[in-house]
Design a protein around this ligand. Structure first.
Ligand SMILES: Cc1ncc(C[n+]2csc(CCOP(=O)(O)OP(=O)(O)O)c2C)c(N)n1
Ligand code: SF4
Length: 305
């Protein structure tokens, strides 16, 4: 809500889409005047793709869970990124199916014990790694215990033209908040390792910056807004996809929760540009624009002869 307020995004120009789960219910609680659709479990990407084609003037915000995305919805998630559908895709990642009372999800830690579930024998899926493999152009991770970073990353994601994935570690305080879980508050607070200090700068405002020791990297987004990343100790290059994969692997092995912008690539065509869609929302096109003329139809038919 704060990110949209600071960007002056009108609720009427937003569509919020979700799947099923506690996380997928969260769009109900912000920006009541916006459009919305609570989709079927794991099928949010299909609805988001259709909505963003029908009306490309809207900002599409998808909210999902790790069960909704990494389990039942993994195929849809990957195809959404492959197509580069313009939207912000938020995963509220808690390592369990909260709504159905705490079963392990596909992002749960291997070997983790839960009172009612026993021991999880399977390797977790890293959703940022999946996003990198699917060639997603904006991949970030954050932690619900670091709201400032979440907000700045959201502002950047809302200004990205393509699929922007934001994996937010969001502890389930009912079923998965034990200290040893990598999805708990205490683990996140102890192990968070911000890659940079993220500040999103709107396009036409005067830029004020506190100059502190440490390198500052400015990234100009397509709409001329700028993203300022102040590097902390870790020297991470956000334009290097292989380095991003290596960072995820290394920090996972070292039990570090690396947060911030992991990868940024703005040079990919969006789904709408590949499909050569008109700018005007399809829902507002008049009959004469939608119905091809007799001559145009004959030309199309001639191509098939
Ligand atoms: C097709 C289908 N299968 C299973 C379910 C049952 N179900 C509801 S929510 C859920 C898991 C939600 O987990 P997650 O996406 O991680 O969200 P959380 O509740 O943890 O935020 C499941 C399996 C369903 N609603 N629909
Ligand atoms: S604490 Fe867990 S069960 Fe409760 S609403 Fe949050 S995710 Fe759902």
């Amino acid at each position: 809500m704060a990110a949209c307020y600071e960007l002056s995004i009108q609720p009427e120009n937003v569509i919020k889409i979700s799947g099923i789960g506690c996380s997928s219910k969260s769009p109900t609680y912000f920006m009541g005047r916006s459009h919305g659709f609570n989709a079927v479990h794991g099928r949010m990407p299909s609805i988001a793709t259709g909505a963003s084609i029908a009306n490309r003037s809207l900002k599409t915000i998808g909210v999902s869970g790790d069960g909704d995305t990494a389990s039942i919805g993994i195929g849809q998630f990957i195809h959404l990124m492959r197509r580069n559908v313009p939207m912000v895709y938020i995963i509220e990642n808690n390592g369990v199916y909260g709504l159905t009372k705490g079963q392990f999800s596909a992002t749960a830690d291997q070997g983790q014990k839960l009172k009612k579930m026993g021991v999880n024998p399977f390797m977790p899926i890293d959703l940022c790694m999946e996003a990198l493999i699917a060639n997603c152009g904006f991949v970030a991770r954050s932690f619900a215990g670091d709201p400032k970073q979440v907000k700045e990353l959201l502002k950047s994601a809302l200004n990205f033209q393509g699929t922007a994935v934001l994996d937010i570690i969001s502890p389930c305080v009912t079923f998965n908040n034990r200290d040893e879980s990598t999805k708990s508050y205490s683990w996140g607070i102890e192990h968070e390792y911000p890659l940079h200090d993220v500040t999103w700068v709107p396009s036409y405002d005067e830029i004020e910056m506190e100059i502190e020791p440490g390198e500052i990297v400015e990234v100009e987004l397509h709409n001329k807004s700028r993203l300022v990343l102040k590097k902390l100790e870790h020297n991470h290059d956000t334009s290097d996809r292989l380095a991003a994969m290596q960072l995820l692997e290394e920090t996972c092995c070292a039990e570090i929760l690396a947060t911030g912008l992991i990868y940024l690539n703005q040079n990919q065509e969006t789904f709408q540009s590949v499909e050569n869609l008109v700018d005007k929302p399809l829902a507002r096109l008049q009959q004469d624009a939608l119905r091809p003329s007799k001559e145009a139809l004959e030309e199309i038919m001639a191509d098939f002869r």
